[in-house]
Design a protein around this ligand. Structure first.
Ligand SMILES: Nc1ncnc2c1ncn2[C@@H]1O[C@H](COP(=O)(O)OP(=O)(O)OP(=O)(O)O)[C@@H](O)[C@H]1O
Length: 253
């Protein structure tokens, strides 16, 4: 069986950036500009947090960066590919193969076992699992004894760990996590964040996480602070206190 080190960074080693946005603007029908000329680049093997007040554009940023929504202007590159130049079919394939998603509400399929939930993206893509990778992933997320269970038989933290394994099963260039600890108690949230951190450090995975929680964002390498559709601050290795202070000052500005 191969070890974590033998896997190396997942597929992005030749790309300078796992995700890059150039001058991205998103205006919704009705006229709200949710993203206003945003440029940013996410290096492979890093953990980025996106914070900001409600309505500042975090979800829109994530949707555009993940190819779920198209910007009104500007370019998004995922793993070196300019996604706006792709057909809808190729964009869907790129998203399926190169992007993983983790949501607050886990989004596991209730009727499937945990093993089948984790490997679902591969089956949808008509691919076979790499058994060594799968074993390593299941071990990393600590679900070895739960693979035959249904999601309802697992705790919230275990369900989120299964969702994280599912997001990583295709060895994507980037995983987007939208409030991944929002439904968890403090202790479980800390464990799940520790797991995300380990997946970045140990497996070279790239994670971009949207969160309202300064403690969660403090586990990142870099936190982007958004306000009114712009990235107004970038904090390297931020502490929870720094982030909480920055968000509070934004809300009172
Ligand atoms: N589908 C949509 N149609 C029109 N306006 C939208 C749409 N989605 C979001 N918006 C608007 O765009 C702005 C940014 O919204 P967005 O959801 O990206 O913010 P957010 O920072 O993720 O907020 P929250 O923290 O509350 O989830 C808001 O003014 C919002 O009302």
């Amino acid at each position: 069986m191969r070890t974590a080190a033998e896997y190396g960074p997942p597929g992005t080693s030749r790309q300078a950036h796992a995700v890059a946005l150039e001058n991205v603007t998103k205006t919704y029908p009705g006229g709200v500009t949710a993203l206003d000329d945003v440029s940013l680049a996410v290096r492979p093997g890093t953990f980025t947090a996106v914070m900001g007040p409600s309505g500042s554009g975090k979800s829109t940023l994530m949707h555009c960066a993940a190819g779920l929504d198209a910007p009104t202007e500007g370019t998004v590159h995922i793993d070196g590919t300019a996604i706006s130049r792709l057909s809808e079919t190729h964009r869907t394939e790129l998203r399926r193969d190169r992007v993983g998603f983790v949501f607050q509400s886990y989004n596991l399929v209730p009727s499937l076992s945990i093993a089948d939930n984790i490997t679902l993206p591969l089956r949808l893509a008509g691919k076979r699992p790499d058994h060594d990778w799968l074993r390593l992933l299941v071990e990393r997320v600590g679900l070895e004894g739960r693979l035959t269970h249904r999601p309802a038989e697992l705790s919230g933290g275990q369900q989120q760990r299964a969702a994280i394994a599912r997001a990583l099963v295709s060895r994507p260039a980037v995983v987007f996590a939208d409030e991944p600890t929002g439904a968890l108690d403090l202790r479980t949230a800390r464990e799940v964040l520790g797991l995300l951190r380990d997946l970045v450090a140990g497996l070279g995975q790239t994670v971009v996480m949207v969160t309202h929680d300064p403690a969660a964002a403090s586990r990142s390498d870099r936190a982007l602070v958004m306000a009114d559709g712009r990235v107004v601050d970038t904090l390297e290795s931020p502490t929870a206190a720094e982030l909480a202070h920055r968000i509070t000052t934004l809300e009172t500005e």
